[in-house]
Design a protein around this ligand. Structure first.
Ligand SMILES: [Zn+2]
Length: 263
């Protein structure tokens, strides 16, 4: 949701925010624009994975009747729940930059409250790259991403074939120059149309397995408890690391580690 047109602050990001109900409409409009562009290219089975906050931000009664929606947390594959080997591609709507991307709107990785960043095989990743690797484990390529300029460019560095729609020029963590929702939806429609023309030639983003995971925690007490998990060891006060079989193991583990009671 942090990468949806118009979204810059917590005011848009959760049920307490004065503009959250409007932001849900903008988000639903962008997802609907992507669905319409996919349908323009031909018939498709579509699963929409509602993955911000409580996993219940999309206004599902405004979506077409022939899509399925994943809602709520926790779920084993987190933001990629619903994916399997049968999918031709995944598309990311409303993405943001990683924790270590200076200037990104709401830049964080998986949990802005708890995590200090995630490294896979020694490389700091955004949620886009993390989810691309998770989809890649099922042989599913990433065809499209929308978000602020930094989020889109960060994914395209790892996955150059992914089409992008930039809906915001970030000024910082809580400010951006944004297009209007109508323009954002038009940019997404155009980008998804370009992406649909590449289907069949896209390659999944696969990372070497087993995967070296390093995860940083904002609270040292979280790192201390994480290091109690077999296979994880402290690398310094804020960081733990370990080696895991694949992205599915990592997706499950990080959900548990980010849902411990706050210290
Ligand atoms: Zn996020």
């Amino acid at each position: 949701m942090e990468g949806i047109t118009g979204v810059v602050q917590p005011a848009q990001l959760g049920p307490e925010g004065f503009e959250y109900q409007r932001a849900r409409e903008w988000m639903t409009g962008e997802v609907s624009a992507a669905i319409a562009a996919i349908r323009d290219s031909g018939p498709a089975d579509i699963v929409v994975c509602d993955s911000h906050g409580n996993g219940q931000s999309l206004l599902i009664d405004k979506l077409p009747e022939d899509v399925q929606v994943v809602r709520g947390f926790p779920r084993p594959l987190e933001m990629m729940q619903g994916v399997d080997q049968s999918f031709a591609a995944a598309m990311f709507i409303g993405y943001h930059g990683s924790e270590w991307t200076p200037g990104a709107v709401r830049g964080h990785t998986i949990s802005s409250a708890r995590l200090l960043g995630v490294k896979l095989n020694g490389v700091e990743v955004s949620e886009g790259i993390y989810n691309a690797a998770l989809a890649g484990q099922f042989g599913v390529p990433i065809a499209f991403i929308s978000g602020d300029r930094l989020a889109v460019q960060q994914l395209q560095k790892a996955v150059p074939a992914a089409e992008g729609a930039i809906v915001k020029e970030p000024f910082g963590y809580h400010s951006a120059m944004t297009v209007t929702p109508a323009r954002g939806q038009a940019l997404i429609r155009d980008g998804v149309k370009r992406a649909m023309m590449k289907l069949g030639s896209l390659q999944p983003y696969r990372i070497t397995q087993p995967i070296d995971l390093e995860v940083g925690f904002k609270f040292t007490l979280d790192a201390e408890r994480a290091a109690f998990v077999p296979g994880l060891a402290r690398s310094d006060a804020h960081n733990v690391k370990g080696s895991f079989r694949d992205m599915v193991e990592i997706a499950k583990l990080l959900q548990v580690l980010t849902s411990l009671e706050a210290p």
